[in-house]
Design a protein around this ligand. Structure first.
Ligand SMILES: Cc1cc2nc3c(=O)[nH]c(=O)nc-3n(C[C@H](O)[C@H](O)[C@H](O)COP(=O)(O)OP(=O)(O)OC[C@H]3O[C@@H](n4cnc5c(N)ncnc54)[C@H](O)[C@@H]3O)c2cc1C
Length: 424
C-alpha cells in the first residue's frame, strides 16, 4: 500500500498510466455510454472514472493498482441489472465496467459454453440456439450472465435442474492478490462452491463455463403448483399487479416449459378454469416479446411475482445457498418478488419503506403459521436485507472461512460497497 495515495483521483491517474485508453473520465463518449447503459435510472450515477478492461490480464493489473489505495471504493458491473443503487456503479468512486468482455465460445463437443463476464443472456441465446442448444439461464435477455449466476439464478429449467449456478463447471476469477485462478470441482474447489452465491465477496469473475442442454424451444404456458401435480419441466411465475396509469389490477400466470409437447393438461387446468378471465393467451411462444409487452407501460407499476424455488443441489455438486440436498425440489416453497417500475427516482425511499412494511407483515404471518423460510434470494434482495445471514449457519461460516483464505486483506469486503457482505 502506498502511504498518502488515498484519493480516488490519484487511483484513476495511476490506472490511466497502466491501462491508457481503457480509463474513461467524465465528458468522454465512452464514459457517457457506460453511465447511460444502466437499466435503472437510480443506477445512473457518476463515478470519478470508469475502467473498461479488455482482458483478464487487464483486470489483474486493475485489482493490483486499486489495492494500493485502500481507502478508495469501487463497484463492479457486468450486466448492470442490479436493482440496488450503488451495487454495480458508484458515485465518486471507480466503476469497473466489464461489458467489453463479451466473448462466448462453445467447446468442441458442444457440451460447455464459456461466457465472458460482460455477456448478456440474450446474446448467448443467439449463439447457442444457432446449434439447437440451450442452457440454464435467465428469463430476460438484457440481464447479465455473471450477476444472475453468482446470486444463485432462477431460470426456466430450475424445477428440473436447480439453480443456474448448479450448471456451472468452472469460474475464471481474479483474486485480491491479482492472481488469476480457475475454480472448479478439482481446482480451488472450496472457492468454486462459495462463488455460487458469493456475488462479489472474494473476487472478480471473468469467465463462466456453463453446461449446455439439448431441449425444445421454451414456451409460455399456464400453471401448476398443486401437490401431486408437480411437473419438473415447468417453471411457474404468478404475478399480481397494479398499474396506476391504467388503474388496472391484473393477475397473470405463466408457465415456462422445457418440453412443450409433453405438457400435462392437468397442470394448466387450475388457472384455465378461473372465471371471469380478462384474457387467455395460452400458446407456445417465444418469451422475450411477451415480457417486453409487460414492461412497456406506466408511470408507476407494481407487481408481486410468486416464483418456484429451484431444486436443491445434489450432494455431489454442492452450492453455497444453504438448502440441503434433496431428491425433490422445494416444491412447497416459493419466492416472492415485489417489483416497482416508476419514472421518478425521488420515489425510491418511500417505495422501499412501503416494501419493508409489507414484507415484515408477510414475515409475521409466515412465522405465526410456521411456514417461513429465512432465505432471501440474493438476486432479488433489497439493499437493507442481510442475504447471507439468511443462509444456514454452517453455509455462512464456510463462506466466511473461504473469504478469509482467498481475500485475506478483505479488499472485496471493504472497498466494494455494493452487494452482500460477510463481515460487518
Ligand atoms: C428485468 C430483470 C429480469 C430479471 N430476471 C431474473 C431471472 O429470471 N432470474 C433470476 O435469478 N434473476 C433475475 N433478475 C435479477 C438478476 O439476476 C440480478 O439483478 C443480477 O444481479 C443481475 O446481473 P448483472 O450481471 O446484470 O449484475 P450487475 O448489476 O452487473 O451486478 C450485480 C452484483 O454483482 C456484482 N458483480 C458484477 N459483476 C461482477 C464480477 N464480474 N465479479 C464479481 N462481482 C460482480 C456487483 O458488484 C453487484 O453487486 C432479473 C433482474 C431484472 C432487472
Amino acid at each position: 500500500m502506498l502511504a498518502g495515495f488515498t484519493t480516488t483521483t490519484s487511483a484513476c491517474t495511476s490506472l490511466n498510466t497502466i491501462l491508457p485508453d481503457r480509463i474513461f473520465f467524465p465528458g468522454s463518449a465512452a464514459y457517457n455510454t457506460s453511465v447511460f447503459s444502466y437499466h435503472f435510472l437510480e443506477a445512473r450515477i457518476q463515478p470519478t472514472c470508469i475502467v473498461g478492461p479488455r482482458s483478464t490480464e487487464d483486470i489483474s493489473k486493475v485489482v493490483e493498482t486499486i489495492g494500493w489505495f485502500d481507502s478508495v471504493h469501487f463497484a463492479i458491473s457486468s450486466g448492470g441489472h442490479s436493482i440496488n443503487k450503488g451495487f454495480s456503479n458508484i458515485q465518486d468512486g471507480i466503476t469497473i465496467d466489464l461489458s467489453a468482455l463479451n466473448t462466448v465460445q462453445l467447446s468442441q463437443d458442444q457440451s460447455i459454453v464459456s461466457i465472458g463476464a460482460g455477456f448478456l443472456w440474450g446474446n448467448i441465446n443467439d449463439t447457442v440456439e444457432h446449434y439447437s442448444l440451450s442452457f440454464q439461464g435467465g428469463g430476460v435477455s438484457s440481464v447479465g450472465v455473471r450477476g444472475l449466476t453468482t446470486g444463485g439464478g432462477i431460470g426456466f429449467f430450475s424445477p428440473e435442474r436447480g439453480w443456474v449456478c448448479d450448471s456451472v463447471t468452472n469460474f475464471e476469477v481474479v483474486l485480491s492478490d491479482r492472481a488469476i485462478v480457475n475454480a472448479n470441482a478439482t481446482s480451488h474447489s472450496d472457492l468454486f462452491v462459495e462463488l455460487n452465491s458469493g456475488q462479489n465477496t472474494f473476487e472478480i469473475i471473468m469467465r463462466i463455463d456453463n453446461q449446455t442442454l439439448t431441449t425444445e424451444v421454451l414456451a409460455a404456458f399456464t400453471a401448476f403448483k398443486e401437490p401431486g401435480k408437480f411437473d419438473p419441466h415447468a417453471m411457474l411465475i404468478a404475478i399480481l399487479s397494479y398499474n396506476t396509469s391504467a388503474d388496472l389490477y391484473g393477475a397473470i400466470a405463466a408457465v415456462y416449459h422445457s418440453h412443450p409437447k409433453n405438457v400435462n393438461g392437468s397442470t394448466v387446468e387450475a388457472f384455465a378454469s378461473i372465471q371471469p378471465q380478462l384474457g387467455d393467451s395460452l400458446r407456445i411462444a417465444p418469451t422475450v416479446p411477451a415480457l417486453k409487452e409487460m414492461y412497456a407501460s406506466a408511470q408507476l407499476a407494481v407487481s408481486l411475482a410468486f416464483q418456484s424455488v429451484p431444486a436443491a443441489a445434489p450432494a455431489s455438486n454442492p452450492n453455497s445457498l444453504g438448502y440441503l440436498p434433496s431428491p425433490q425440489p422445494k416444491c412447497n416453497l416459493f419466492n416472492l418478488l415485489v417489483d416497482f417500475s416508476y419514472q421518478d427516482p425521488a420515489a425510491t425511499d418511500s417505495l422501499e419503506k412501503v416494501t419493508q412494511i409489507f414484507l415484515h407483515a408477510i414475515d409475521e404471518i409466515a412465522e405465526e403459521e410456521r411456514i417461513k423460510d429465512k432465505h432471501v434470494y440474493m438476486n432479488y434482495d433489497g439493499s437493507w436485507q442481510d442475504v447471507l445471514k439468511g443462509y444456514r449457519q454452517d453455509s455462512f461460516e464456510k463462506m466466511r472461512d473461504v473469504a478469509r483464505k482467498y481475500n485475506e486483506k478483505g479488499m472485496f469486503q471493504k472497498q466494494v460497497r455494493g452487494g452482500a457482505k460477510l463481515f460487518n
